[in-house]
Design a protein around this ligand. Sequence first.
Ligand code: BJ8
Length: 425
Amino acid sequence: MSEDYRSMWEGLGLDLVAHDALLEVLGKGYQDIYLAQKDRPDGMGYFDFVISEVHGLRIKELLDEKAAGRKVIGSFCVFVPEEIVRAVDGTLVGLCTGADFAMDEVEKLLPRNTCSLIKSAFGFKLGKVCPYLESADMIVGENTCDGKKKSYETLKNLVPNLYVMDIPQMKSAEGRSLLKAEYLRFKESVEELTGITIDAARLKKGIEIVNNKRRAIHRLSSLRKADPAPISGLDALLANQVFFYDDPGRFTDSVNKICDELEKRIDKDEGVFPKGTPRLLLSGCPMAVPNWKFPWIIETSGAVIVGEESCVGERGTRNLTDDNWDTVEELMEAIVDRYFQVDCAIFTPNPDRLEHIVEMFEIYKADGVIHYGLQFCQPYLMESMPVEKALETKNIPTLRIDTDYSMEDVGQLKTRVEAFVELIK
Ligand code: BJ8
């Protein structure tokens, strides 16, 4: 990285020694997992570049936007409506993190039995290694699971610009009203932050930008129905991860370019794994950069991942926001409708998620489902048992995994995945 970046990181208050260590781990993980793959689409070169510059050029772009008067808003959840942020010319960045960092410090503030995702966000803050957190003008926490909800009470002391959004827990009329009230409050807050009043044209534009990103991802997902699979699950996951960081227009173009390439591969019956390779659907907790451990285990154990029922995946991107409306009120209703369909396990009951898993299993012609739960994630671990039972009654082979970000259980997980792959062959 150039010296320019070092002064930029210093200016953001990062701990340069710790940050160097983090970048080394990120680079090594990427090298060993991503660059070791064979027959990757050429278009993935763009995503390799994005990862190599995730703390460099992309941060510089965000700081340039800030210098031009635009705002950066960070979020930990797909319930934060990006459309509203785009409507004020702002940028929404995902702050969920996929690596353990400064755990000794974290465990002075959070119980040991907190999920890796929450601990990781705290670790990146306490370790002063996340330029996204440090450059955000507003950080949005949301009352989803108990772990996140309660941890924000502590995070507030570390991050003074934390805004907390309430999220319903039931898909009832009252639940929808709560979501609507919270989205209206969020809209007012970003208007206040930016000094921009959102009119219908701005909101439509915001919706269009985000829908276009989603459409590109839908196209990519659809191409994964082919056998042989034209792209690995690891690479498709990376595109879903970069969805949360990149400039939206550039991201949309880059994903569409890969899709053009994949269509040619499919025409020629070419793939990244041989035809007939066992196909798996991954379902459960989101995987943030650089949490590539489990998909890597699967794809080095004789199977290919053909879909992610996850917030970094189809749960997060599947529905578009209807922009066929003329007023801010109508467009806000459309935004509420779109997000109220997200079937996160924090909802009770949550039958839509099971239906979606079965639908994805069929659409992507999967041979089995692996339910991925992070240790201590009560919503997804609780839901994994009825999900497994329900899938088995439909004769869908299912494997339930719970793990964390450490590498200690890799051998054991690999043995279990290999046995599962043998079973479904
Ligand atoms: S909409 S999945 S992004 S809350 S893994 S922190 S649930 S204990 S991330 Fe999520 Fe929004 Fe739901 Fe999606 Fe809690 Fe579980 Fe940890 Fe989790």
